[in-house]
Ligand binder design. Sequence first.
Ligand SMILES: O=C[C@H](O)[C@H](O)[C@H](O)COP(=O)(O)O
Length: 262
Amino acid sequence: MTGELSPIDKAKFVAARRAADFVEDGMRVGLGTGSTAAWLVRCLGEMVRDDGLRIKGVPTSTRTAELARAVGIEVISLDEAKWLDLTIDGADEFDGELNLIKGGGGALLQEKIVATASDQMVVIADVGKEVETLGAFPLPIEVIPFGWQTTQALVEETLISMDVLGRNSSLRMNGDVPFVTDEGNHILDLHLNRIGNARQLALVLNQMPGVVENGLFIDICDAVVIGYGDGRVEVRDINEGTIDTDRVDFVETDNLFSDLSD
Ligand SMILES: O=C[C@H](O)[C@H](O)[C@H](O)COP(=O)(O)O
């Protein structure tokens, strides 16, 4: 089964597998969303089943909650947990300061709330997610459905006045209908190419009526585990830089690889 994984999936897997080492018995853990985070959830499920690891997981989406339960992780709400020891999540882009673009899967709102309520946030990513400057990946913003076109116009006008954007944003679709987030909102994807001042942009976006949250994660991530298709992993800490390089074996655990639907 492992032989069928693409190099990118291998890179995601080894990053997730290495990041699972950060999880200790008794921790309350924020569980991210997306294909990389799904590997982490599977790895943690295996540790719960085979090694007796006891954790409580706070998922960042209904998708992740379903997967976590399916692999045997105890799932609790953020309000039950109140505070988390650690959140591990994927990202669409990360830069040298470990600022992120997230929300490619539409889960940015719960992800940001959960990550911000954690002692530590660790991002897991294949090496292709590393960028010098954020913005090649379209920046998702979550908007309430009421008057979303008015909100879109306001966002575009404001960004044009900041010299950040031409009229280039799109409503995310799910087939023929607008994509709906777990919170019942829509996503606008901002095609920016390059974000010169991500900190300022994040603040400006969140001041606009109708914008619930944006996918820029500034000063939230503490470390990133970068996976490579050949099994190498690098752990980079926000304060100390690269603190570990390692190699993770591809496991032969059919259970871990049996669900590739995410
Ligand atoms: O909304 C989705 C999340 O922010 C994901 O963590 C992000 O899109 C990365 O996803 P993936 O690991 O599938 O590339």
